[in-house]
Design a protein around this ligand. Structure first.
Ligand code: HEC
Length: 421
């Protein structure tokens, strides 16, 4: 069906003697086809987000869905923008890796370049389920926005919502999952753990802003210290799924704490209301120490030494921390910069000089701040150094430095770590 019109187009072009170039996508009889080769890849790696009502914004299910945007699909996989996966898989191996293999990229590219042919449904290897993120095996506490919130700003609205902590004894959080309500607009979620001593301050922030929650670009408290000093329970972006702590460990939460859930809403059209929920798995029995630990140079936070001069590219700053006392083990890593960020990485430099890459994000994308889960946790021993590197381009006429605003920058590594001491 598709063959005839394309062939006619090329005949027509040849007839008017116009183009010496072949048509953009000539039909290649040996090229991969939708049913035989491409649909299985797209069903597994794209359809989870590209389905009606999900974050991807447009469906990518049927041949017609894909055919009409074949060129953008090719570009998105070739450039590795899609599926969103920022980590360089040569650096380390990740449990939650969702990148396409090079073979899969090549197949999609060859399909588009060969005329984006449908092929024969009989050649389909059968239905392939979308990569679905893991879920919690047990939910002990569900925290949810007290009332639905409709984003006020477009395309980006950053807002924090306070949630009461109901336990009257110390407990340990052993897993969390985010259940986005309006999945089309929820772009990232970070549950922050507010210490009982700070609870009043946060309640005041909430009270000072009309409607549910309060604006919170960057950290949960609207000032610089809170981002560094506030513990995270984790972080979630679309496709992320549940995260469970390593067996025998949990994040300790004191009674009287609050959870400040930061939501980044992203919408190009008028967004509808959202009432996202965070589910937690709790242990009331004492567990080993797990913590979501931010890494950065304290001086930077105080405004020293992280200058990013105006109109300058490739500005790099490095923070190193050498452990002196006790070993700890790294499980998950995420990076955080703002929109001038270009690339970042974390490494361990062993006492003997050997280096191990933990995470490297070669093309920083502010909109996709995922935690990368190491397939093999890495233990850092006394004498080892953790090195964090961030690189920015500053195209503006203003110098940039650490800060919360859109024109300011940050350089953070965020790790889930456990320790037995
Ligand atoms: C984890 C969710 C997710 C997955 C998986 C995903 N996408 Fe997307 N996609 C998005 C979102 C969200 C956007 C909107 C732009 C953005 O936020 O980057 C998008 C935009 C796009 C666009 C248009 C903009 C662009 O960057 O080119 C194309 C084409 C696309 N996706 C193709 C794909 C293909 C092909 C796959 C599978 C190989 C895929 N996507 C997998 C979430 C996803």
């Amino acid at each position: 069906m598709r063959t005839a019109p394309l062939a006619l187009v090329s005949l027509a072009l040849a007839a008017c003697g116009g183009s010496a170039n072949p048509p953009a996508n000539p039909l290649d009889p040996n090229a991969p086809t939708w049913h035989a080769d491409v649909a299985p890849i797209v069903s597994r790696s794209c359809a989870g987000c590209h389905v009606e009502g999900a974050i991807g914004g447009f469906p990518l299910i049927t041949f017609d869905d894909a055919r009409t945007i074949a060129n953008p699909i090719r570009d998105s996989v070739q450039s590795r923008r899609m599926p969103p996966w920022g980590a360089d898989n040569d650096c380390n191996t990740y449990e939650n890796n969702r990148a396409l293999t090079q073979d899969e990229v090549d197949t999609i590219v060859a399909w588009v370049d060969g005329g984006a042919q449908e092929g024969d449904p009989a050649d389909s290897p059968g239905p392939v389920a979308p990569l679905t993120p893991p879920t919690l095996d047990r939910v002990d506490l569900s925290l949810s926005l007290a009332e639905p919130y409709t984003p006020q700003a477009s395309p980006d609205d950053y807002r924090c919502f306070l949630m009461e902590w109901p336990y009257e004894e110390r407990v340990w959080v052993t897993g969390y999952e985010v259940v986005p309500d309006n999945a089309a607009i929820v772009h990232h979620v970070i549950p922050f753990l507010i210490d009982p001593d700070d609870a009043e301050e946060y309640r005041a922030l909430d009270a000072a802003d009309a409607g549910p929650g309060y604006p919170c670009y960057g950290g949960p408290g609207g000032d610089i210290e809170t981002l560094i000093n506030t513990r995270w329970l984790g972080s979630w972006a679309p496709g992320g799924g549940a995260r469970t702590m390593p067996e025998g460990y949990g994040v300790r939460v004191k009674p009287g704490s609050l959870i400040a859930v930061q939501l980044h809403y992203y919408s190009l059209t008028t967004p509808g209301p959202d009432q996202t929920q965070v589910n937690l798995r709790i242990s009331e029995t004492e567990l080993g120490w797990a913590d979501v630990q931010p890494w950065t140079e304290v001086a930077w936070v105080l405004g020293l030494g992280m200058e990013i001069p105006a109109n300058t590219d490739d500005v790099t700053h490095v923070f190193e921390y050498t452990e002196e006392d006790s070993p700890f083990t790294l499980h998950d890593l995420a990076l955080h910069m703002h929109t001038m960020g270009q690339s970042g990485e974390m490494r361990v430099i062993r006492q003997n000089g050997d280096e191990e890459c933990l995470v490297s994000v070669p093309r920083w994308d502010f909109n996709w701040q995922t935690a990368y889960a190491l397939a093999e946790p890495v233990t850092v021993n006394p004498g080892d150094t953790v090195r964090l590197t961030c690189t920015w381009d500053n195209p503006t006429d203003d110098d940039a430095a650490w800060g919360e605003g859109t024109g300011d920058e940050m350089c953070l590594g965020i790790t889930l770590l456990t320790s037995d001491d």
